[in-house]
Each structure stands twice: as C-alpha cells, then as structure tokens.
Design a protein around this ligand. Sequence first.
Ligand SMILES: CC(C)(COP(=O)(O)OP(=O)(O)OC[C@H]1O[C@@H](n2cnc3c(N)ncnc32)[C@H](O)[C@@H]1OP(=O)(O)O)[C@@H](O)C(=O)NCCC(=O)NCCS
Length: 348
Amino acid sequence: MGLVPESARAVCSRLDSFSCEPNLLADLILGPGERQQWMSMHAVQKRRHEWLLGRCAAKDAVRRLLEKHLNLQLSPREIEIVPDSYGCPRVQYAGIEPGAQPALSIAHSQGVAVALAALVPGLMVGIDLESLSRRRENYEAIAFHPDERSLLDALPWDLREEWALRMWCAKEAAGKALGRGLSAGLLAFHIVRLNTAGGSIELQLRGSALEQFPWFQDRMLTINTARESNFVFSAIIYQQGAVRMRPSRQEILDYLLHKMSELTADWDYPDPVSPESRLFGELGFESLDAVVLCTAIQEHYQTPMPFAELLAEIGQQQRDLSIAELTDFVDTHLGPPAGADHATRRIQ
Ligand SMILES: CC(C)(COP(=O)(O)OP(=O)(O)OC[C@H]1O[C@@H](n2cnc3c(N)ncnc32)[C@H](O)[C@@H]1OP(=O)(O)O)[C@@H](O)C(=O)NCCC(=O)NCCS
C-alpha cells in the first residue's frame, strides 16, 4: 500500500477474504480468551466476520513482525489480541517482556481488514480504511470544521470526495494511535494541511483530545494516506518526541514554503516566495528571523539539526541561503531515507 516506510520496524497486513469457513478458521487461529470472545459475541454476522478477519490480519502482522525482528516463530493461536478498557487492541504471547509488546492497530470495512504492528517500545500506531463505493450523504458538515472544509474546497472537484474520505481516515488512525478512538469528538482532531502529491495529512489535537494528551500541544501528527482501487487507507506510526514517517525532499520543501509564507505574511513581497528565493538578500531576513525559522523547523520535525553551525558558516562566508538549499540541509539531517534501517530520532 506504500503507507508504511520500509525503514520502520513495522508490518502491515491486509486480508480481503477468509481462507476457510469462518467457524473453522476461528478454531484454528484463536487463543482461549479470543475464542470465548468469539463465542459470546452477539452481533450481526457482518460484524462477527469482520472482527474475525481483523484478528487474522492482526495475527499475521504480529507473527511476521516477531519473526523478522526477533527471530521468534509463533503460531496465530499463540498470539492473543486483547482489547484494553478503551477497546484498543493489545498483543499478548507467552514469555513477552513487560513493556515490549508490539503496538497494534486494526481496521475493517466492507469485507476487508487491515492491521499494522510495530515493535519499537512506546510507539503508537493507528490504521484505518474506508470504501469509496459505500454511499454516504453529507457527513462533511459534522465530521469537519469549516477550516477543514475549506481545505477540501480548494481541491480540484475530482479529488474532493476521495480526500474527504482520506481526511476522515486520518482522524480515525490518529484516534486509534492515541488509544481512545474518536471519543474526544471529531473536531478535536483538526486537520491543518493536505499534501495531495505525497498523500500525507497533518493534524493537530484540540479541545478534549488536547486535555487528554496535553503534550501534543503545538505538535503535528503526520498521517500517511493512500488509495487502492475503491478503498482509501491511512496509517500513522508515532513516537512521542519523534517523527517516524520520514518526509520526502518535496514534502520538506512544501513545508518550508508554507512556513515561509506564514512567517512573512505581512512582509509585502513583490514576487511569490519560491525555492530559489534567498533568505537574506531577497526576502529581507535578519539573523533573528533565521533563528526563529530554524527553531520552527527543528520543532516541526522533532529532530535537532546543526543550524547554529550552518548560520555561522553562512556568516563567515558572507553568502546567502536559498530555500532550496535549506531544504537540502534539512533533508540531509533528517537521517537516511526510507529503506535504511534508521533508529527513531528524539529531540534532546
Ligand atoms: C475506534 C474507532 C475509531 C473505530 O472506528 P470504526 O469505524 O467503528 O471501526 P474500524 O474498523 O475503523 O476499527 C475497529 C477497530 O478499532 C480498534 N479500536 C477500538 N477502540 C479503539 C481504541 N480506543 N483505540 C485504538 N483502537 C481501537 C479495534 O481493534 C476495532 O476492531 P475490533 O473491535 O474488531 O478489534 C471508533 O469506534 C471510536 O472512536 N470509538 C470510540 C467511541 C466513540 O466515541 N465513538 C463515536 C465516534 S463517532
């Protein structure tokens, strides 16, 4: 699906159908506690089947994750998925070290189930999917704040429906990653930016969600989204104090251009700010403006970067710095690109 960077210690699994008759499958894959849950589940068949399909996808993701990163071979039955008091799925297996459980998220819709499991301690993961073919009347007025609806209004009409659903999926994935779902309210997950080229969505917590998780004040959650045939998917892998989804160079450039337009909103430039714009000679930056910009970049990516050295070097060489060069600098200091097994970065 391209939702999860290869560098993350995470595995995503998708199932579109049962491999055998559901009751037989339940006997084969469920642990004792799960079997009890399956037997006592008084729900419509659609719900029971999606629950079971979700368990299959989740066990598959956890099994492959443990095999790949811990060389641990477990059968689906040995991996139990137990909901916590909020409904968030937690992984259990014999011999698991306290605090070392993989993080897990599950979603199912229209006969398809997906699961995302990740191994780094303290990591939060969330996944969601929705079908574009399911008919929905006018959910935007309730699901989105007017500012969020204006992000949609700015899109070409043929992208609107899909991106509304991506935005919805992003909210659900974020709610799941935090372990409380959308219980804080739909508007407590406030989308601030859409990157239609790369598929990512940036979101901030507000209201009750921020009261539950105050350390997310001024933090951005980046959710990756993708479309595959008639489904849209979203996924987030987040560790407090770290950004797991490494942005591409284009995403960094988009962010810098956006940040520049924010910082210089009332500076009255004759030309639009472009990648070639130079901070000092052209845009009229003073040293303190550059420090403010560098601090904002560091905060945004939750990664310390040697900006002091960069600014000193520019001063010594009496040269200017373009936004494109700044993009390259950030790109270099965010660490290796997807594909290399890089560790989680933390701000000191
Ligand atoms: C969690 C929630 C986002 C799920 O959304 P959904 O569209 O109903 O269902 P999805 O297929 O996307 O996801 C279902 C899975 O989410 C997971 N889930 C449920 N509660 C969760 C929580 N608090 N944190 C993380 N994951 C959770 C479960 O694994 C569930 O699958 P399972 O019951 O088969 O194990 C939603 O039910 C929710 O927000 N619940 C909180 C209660 C609430 O206030 N709901 C009203 C909001 S409109």
